[in-house]
Design a protein around this ligand. Structure first.
Ligand SMILES: Cc1ncc(COP(=O)(O)O)c(C=O)c1O
Length: 384
């Protein structure tokens, strides 16, 4: 792309470029998939265990329990804790729906709290304010690829003997500094959950997910839960779900895991250019990086001053640049959850973020030319 192309109507810059990434890695991925097709072990083939062990090694955790998707991983994690109906689970209101959905599905009480306006992650002070006698679990979501304040959250959990389930659907591969050493997110709480949805840091070619834990007992329970509550075929010990990572997805993930650190570096490089070029655009607030959390930039999400966000989004769309609003309605304002929270319940930071945030194209295949084009158009909009 040349600078002269700036008005070229044929330019299309997507949020993610999954086919570009596939083509770059095609020989190894095709080979891995072909091996599965040749053997025909589509369910629980050898690749599933090979991948789980490789991911456990990468994360330095004791156990990886693969499952069908990130939502199931969260549901299985909650089921493993043997909670009572009405037990309270504190989580963020500014996130994807899955976390709250599974809490409600299991008859638990979601307690939604507000976030930090700079990192968009759950605010530990608000978690403290929300604690009650019935609180049993905290679920921080490491939003957009950056760790929530895990040191403070683990401290609260230790004081009150609560469980912590990390929702790391957007942050696989990221680390967080705990007691002076960096530890992979998802391995700090009692159970970590992730998603291999195609656009995630480590994405497969469909749905996939996993739970991680250091705890042998929880690992055994999780394995049973995702397998119909059964350890031995046709002997069912508890109510479970059917949630498996397909062999074909595991084969893809074995190959892609080898590139995960490189994927993250590529995302960070894209972020660096956005930071360099957009810092002086006064109408934008760029995402703040916490000193303790390594940001993997699953999303590069800016805040656009008040009323200008939708205008910028439309302007970019006309120039062929995709952008997305993650998330336009905080969970406590969603019609399905508002009744659990109280209709007059307000969480002002998240409500403000929902009006201001805009996620820009961010992926492993971005070229500098594409990014220069995106940045030029953002600046052009604010000069109008
Ligand atoms: C924060 C978060 N949690 C959970 C999920 C659910 O993952 P899945 O789509 O694999 O069920 C997602 C997926 O987008 C997510 O972003």
């Amino acid at each position: 792309m040349k600078m002269a192309d700036i008005h070229n109507k044929n330019i299309q810059i997507p949020m993610v470029d999954l086919t570009g990434q596939y083509h770059r890695l095609q020989p190894e991925i095709d080979g891995a998939m072909q091996r599965v097709l040749d053997l025909g072990n589509y369910i629980n083939g050898a690749e599933v265990k090979v991948f789980s062990d490789a991911l456990a090694g990468y994360l330095s955790t004791g156990h990886v329990i693969p499952c069908g998707n990130g939502t199931d991983a969260l549901q299985a994690a909650l089921m493993a804790l043997d909670l009572e109906p009405g037990d309270e689970v504190i989580t963020t209101t500014f996130s994807f729906v899955s976390t709250v959905e599974v809490i409600v599905l299991l008859g638990l009480q979601p307690v939604l709290v507000d976030v930090d306006p700079h990192t968009y992650n759950i605010d530990p002070a608000k978690v403290r304010n929300a604690l009650t006698e019935r609180t049993r679990v905290i679920i921080p979501v490491h939003l957009f690829g950056q760790g929530a304040a895990m040191d403070e959250i683990m401290e609260i959990a230790r004081e009150l003997e609560l469980f912590v389930i990390e929702d790391g659907a957007q942050s696989l591969g990221a680390s967080y500094q705990m007691n002076g050493t960096f530890q992979k997110l998802g391995t700090i709480g009692h159970i970590g959950c992730t998603s291999f949805f195609p656009s995630k840091n480590l994405g497969c070619f469909g749905d996939g997910g996993a739970c991680f834990t250091h705890d042998e007992y929880l690992a055994e329970r999780l394995r049973m839960i995702v397998n119909h509550g059964s350890k031995k075929k046709y002997f069912n010990e508890r109510v479970g779900i059917n949630s498996r990572l397909d062999t074909l997805q595991a084969a893809v993930l074995i190959e892609k895991l080898k590139h995960l650190d490189d994927f993250i570096l590529r995302r960070q490089k894209v972020a660096e250019l956005y930071f360099d070029e957009l810092t002086n655009v006064s109408e934008l607030k760029l995402p703040q990086q916490s000193e303790k959390a390594q940001h993997t930039f699953n999303q590069f999400t800016v805040r656009v001053r008040g009323d200008l966000r939708d205008g910028l989004k439309d302007f970019l769309a006309q120039a062929g640049v995709s952008s997305m609003v993650y998330y336009p309605v905080p969970l406590h304002r969603q019609p399905v959850f508002a009744p659990c929270c109280g209709n007059n319940f307000r969480l002002p930071v998240s409500e403000m973020l929902s009006e201001e945030v805009l996620s820009l194209p961010m992926h492993t295949e971005m070229t500098e030319e594409q990014q220069v084009y995106i940045i030029k158009n953002i600046k052009k909009f604010f000069k109008k």
